[in-house]
Write a protein that binds this ligand. Structure first.
Ligand code: ADP
Ligand code: MG
Ligand code: MG
Length: 211
């Protein structure tokens, strides 16, 4: 079993759907420790992506679709999350290259490159209360699942489970990056919105692979 262009475009469509469904929740989280626009930013970005997805040539490979997401998020999403996630998708596209079908190792490479892209841009570490707190556990869990001989779907499910736990782990801590870092102790008790949206995106990857 492997995952090709149909999975990637399904993943992107499902991402747009869940971001839109969770728009208000993400706005509320960002209102508590940021400026309240995170749901709006990502919904705008993924809606723009949806508008361009049908223009992808029929012979496109997964990397082409990931690159389309990257350039669209970078050009349409204001705020920190646009360039951060845009770089994630751009590096993910680079990692899978022209490969038409992604096996487990390629899925791990995709997730790792995405995470590395966010770090390259934002310089956050685990525990800084950012989207990295979702991405890094997801990458680690995916790599462990691959080493255990799990298939693509199981690898993505392990990543999604870890990302959700990672998002939850941002609640009791102070922020050292992004707007929430200005709040000091007042950020304690609130989940980082970017970790929550990243967990949603990774869950969407797993759900569409399993479908
Ligand atoms: P803005 O803060 O500019 O309004 P968004 O609200 O769209 O942008 O995104 C905020 C999210 O971006 C935060 O919840 C956090 O997860 C993420 N973020 C901010 N700065 C960084 C960083 N340096 N590294 C990783 N993620 C970051
Ligand atoms: Mg914001
Ligand atoms: Mg903003």
């Amino acid at each position: 079993m492997s995952l090709g262009i149909t999975w990637v475009t399904d993943w992107i469509r499902q991402s747009a759907r869940v971001i839109s469904e969770h728009r208000v929740e993400l706005i509320t989280l960002d209102r508590e420790i940021g400026d309240g626009d995170h749901g709006e930013n990502l919904d705008r970005g993924f809606t723009a992506v949806l508008g361009k997805l049908d223009d992808l040539p029929p012979d496109s490979v997964p990397g082409d679709a990931l690159k389309l997401v990257a350039t669209t998020l970078i050009s349409t999403v204001g705020g920190a999350s646009g360039p951060l996630l845009g770089t994630a998708y751009l590096k993910a596209a680079g990692a899978v290259g022209k490969e038409p079908e992604l096996n487990g190792a390629a899925i791990v490479a995709l997730l790792t490159a995405a995470r590395d892209g966010v770090v390259l841009r934002g310089k956050a570490e685990v525990g800084d209360k950012t989207m990295i707190d979702a991405w890094t556990p997801a990458v680690d869990a995916a790599a462990a699942a691959l080493a255990d001989g799990k298939n693509e779907v199981e690898i993505l499910q392990a990543a999604a489970d870890a990302a959700e736990k990672g998002a939850e782990s941002t609640e009791p801590i102070v922020a050292r990056k992004g707007r929430a870092s200005y709040l000091g102790e007042r950020a304690i008790g609130h989940r980082d919105p970017g970790s929550q949206s990243s967990a949603l995106l990774i869950r969407a990857a797993a759900d569409t692979a399993a479908a």
